[in-house]
Design a binder for this molecule. Sequence first.
Ligand SMILES: [Zn+2]
Length: 194
Amino acid sequence: MKHLVLALSVFPAALSAEQTRSLDAHMHGAGTLGIAFSGTEFSLSLEAPGADIVGFEHAALSAEDRDLVQAAISDLAKPLSLFVVPNEAGCTVKSANVALAMAQIGKHEAGGDHSDEATEGHAHSEDQETRHSEFHAEYLITCQNIDAIDSIRFDYFERFPNSQELDVQVVSPKGARAYEVERSAADLDLRGMF
Ligand SMILES: [Zn+2]
């Protein structure tokens, strides 16, 4: 399987980050979120399929599609509205970087076995089914009282109705743990991680 990063950065420079790595295969409905606590700060690292965030993964060519992407990036730039921590923690966003990465997955496989007649002639087409995009976001958040973060409420699922779950990796001074946060149970209990 070959990955080819096609294009990105159709967005304001302040919100864009260079994306040069290939996309791994992803599952629509499922994203990943890394959370790392360190001192008075924590970082968030989100990767989510375009299907989850804007409902499509083709290039945003129409004005309507571009508006959807622009609105999504604008909302993704406000992490504490998507991943809500207790007020008592006194957290503010230090940095937010959001990017859209596009890739074609599984095209032009060298020596591919095209025994199936139906695949003939498709090798060089712009087959939308093999085109994927992902939103990637990196955040740094600083808190006055980080120990007050005993849970995180994932309003992310409210904002992005096509998203179903996030695989969450939490790293804190107490260790590392993996969680699965789903639309139907959108709270992450962090008691014991401080
Ligand atoms: Zn996809």
